[in-house]
Design a protein around this ligand. Structure first.
Ligand code: PHB
Length: 393
C-alpha cells in the first residue's frame, strides 16, 4: 500500500513537472521583460519618479501587448549607486531574463552596466544619463535622453550673439559637467568670447557659496551653469542669497538647472533666466499638449525632460519589437532601432544609425509666467542637432 501511494505521488509530481516544463517555455515566450533601473530614492529620486511614471503611462496608453508579446516592466531602485546598478542589472539578466535594460539616471550608473550589455548582447536604453561618451561604451547602448554638448552649444551661441564677452562656468564635477564646460568654452571662444573662470563643484552635497562669492567679486557678463536635474533649486537659492540676481551677472544654463519639476518653485527671482535644452513642458505642439495632460493626470506633477526620455525609450522598445515581429534577439533589436525616426512630445527625433545616439531639436528658452506659473518658454530652435562631439570625430 505504502509503496503504491508513494509511487502514485511520485508519478503525480513527475507529471506535474513535465507539464510545467512543457508549458513554461511557451509562457515565457509570450512575455517580454523590460528591466527599468532607476534612482527611486536618494538625491536623484525625481529622475526615477519621472521616468517610471512616463514608462507606465506609455504602456497604459499604447497597451501592454506589442507584436503578440506581453510587455512586463520590472522597476528596480538603484539609489543612484553604480555598484547597486550593476548588481541589479546582473540579477535582471540572469534571474528575470529581461530582453531590455533601461533607465540609467546618472552617467556613472550607465558606465557600470555597459560591459554587461555587451556580454549578454542585451539592448540598453539610456533614458537619462547624458555624457557624450556613454554610447561608445557598448554597441548595445542606444540613447533617448540627450548629450550635454548637444544642448550646451545653443546657449553658448545665444550668449555670443547677445553681448556676452566674458563668462564664468560652474558645473558638477563629473562626466556631463565636464562635457558642458568644454562645449561652452569651445563655442564661446570660437565666437570671440572668453571664459574667465571655471569651477567644478562636487556632485554630492554641493556648496556653491564660496564660488558664488568669487563670481560676485569678478562680475563677468554671465555665469554659465550645469547641475543635474533636481539640484537646480539649491543652486538658485544660493545665487539669490548672495545677491547675484541683482548684480548684473546674467545667469545662463542648460535646461537641467531649470527643469520642469522644480522651475515653478524657484519663484520670480528665476524670471528671465535663459537656458537651452531639448524639452520644455511648454513646448507648443499637439503631441506635447496631449503628453503633458496625460502625464500630469497620472503622476500629479508636470513632466520634465527625464519623463520624455522615458516615454521615447519605451517607444523605441515597442517599435523595435514591431520590426522584429516580437523576436528578442538583442542584435536584431539594436539593428531595428538604428535610424528610427518619430515625433516625440519634444519635437521630431531620430536615432543616428552610426552612433546610436539621439538627434533632436535644441531650443533656447526664457523663464516666463504662463497662467501664473513659471515655465521655460521656447523662443528659438536649432533643428536636428546630433551629438557634436561624435559628429566632429
Ligand atoms: C548624468 O549623470 O549624465 C546626468 C544626470 C542628470 C542630468 C544630466 C546628466 O540632468
Amino acid at each position: 500500500m505504502t509503496s503504491k501511494i508513494a509511487f502514485s505521488r511520485r508519478a503525480a509530481i513527475a507529471l506535474g513537472g513535465a507539464l510545467m516544463l512543457a508549458t513554461a517555455p511557451a509562457m515565457a515566450q509570450e512575455t517580454v521583460k523590460v528591466g527599468l533601473i532607476l534612482p527611486m530614492t536618494g538625491p536623484f529620486a525625481s529622475t526615477g519618479r519621472q521616468i517610471e511614471a512616463a514608462a507606465k503611462l506609455y504602456i497604459a496608453e499604447k497597451g501592454a501587448t506589442v507584436a503578440g508579446k506581453k510587455i512586463e516592466l520590472i522597476v528596480k531602485d538603484d539609489t543612484g549607486t553604480p555598484d547597486v546598478t550593476r548588481r541589479i542589472a546582473q540579477e535582471l539578466l540572469v534571474n528575470d531574463k529581461v530582453s531590455f535594460l533601461a533607465g540609467f539616471g546618472l552617467t556613472p550608473l550607465a558606465f557600470a552596466v555597459a560591459p554587461l550589455a555587451t556580454q549578454s548582447k542585451t539592448p540598453m536604453i539610456v533614458m537619462a544619463a547624458a555624457t557624450s561618451s556613454i554610447t561608445e561604451q557598448s554597441p548595445f547602448i542606444l540613447r533617448t535622453s540627450f548629450t550635454l554638448p548637444q544642448v550646451t552649444i545653443g546657449i553658448a551661441d545665444w550668449a555670443a550673439k547677445n553681448g556676452i564677452k566674458k563668462a564664468m562656468t560652474l558645473v558638477s564635477d563629473y562626466g556631463p559637467g565636464i562635457d558642458a564646460e568644454k562645449a561652452f568654452k569651445d563655442r564661446l571662444t570660437a565666437a570671440g568670447g572668453e571664459v574667465t573662470g571655471e569651477v567644478r563643484i562636487p556632485l554630492r552635497n554641493p556648496d556653491f557659496a564660496p564660488f558664488l562669492q568669487r563670481v560676485s567679486d569678478t562680475k563677468p557678463d554671465a555665469l554659465f551653469v550645469f547641475v543635474p536635474s533636481g539640484v537646480g533649486s539649491q543652486f538658485m537659492k544660493q545665487f539669490v542669497e548672495r545677491g547675484l540676481d541683482k548684480s548684473g551677472v546674467r545667469l545662463i544654463a542648460t535646461g537641467d538647472v531649470t527643469d520642469d519639476d522644480i522651475v515653478d518653485s524657484m519663484g520670480d527671482v528665476a524670471l528671465g533666466t535663459i537656458t537651452s535644452h531639448h524639452y520644455s513642458a511648454a513646448h507648443d505642439s499637439a503631441e506635447n499638449k496631449a503628453f503633458v495632460a496625460a502625464f500630469t493626470k497620472a503622476a500629479n506633477v508636470r513632466p520634465n525632460f527625464m519623463a520624455v526620455g522615458g516615454w521615447d525609450g519605451m517607444h523605441l522598445i515597442y517599435e523595435a519589437l514591431k520590426k522584429t515581429n516580437g523576436a528578442t534577439d538583442g542584435t536584431a533589436l539594436v539593428e531595428a532601432m538604428k535610424g528610427m525616426k518619430w515625433v516625440s512630445p519634444r519635437g521630431p527625433i531620430s536615432i543616428d544609425a552610426k552612433t546610436r545616439d539621439i538627434v533632436q531639436n535644441v531650443y533656447v528658452r526664457k523663464i516666463e509666467k504662463v497662467d501664473g506659473k513659471l515655465y521655460n518658454v521656447e523662443f528659438s530652435t536649432f533643428e536636428a542637432v546630433p551629438d557634436p562631439v561624435k559628429a566632429g570625430k
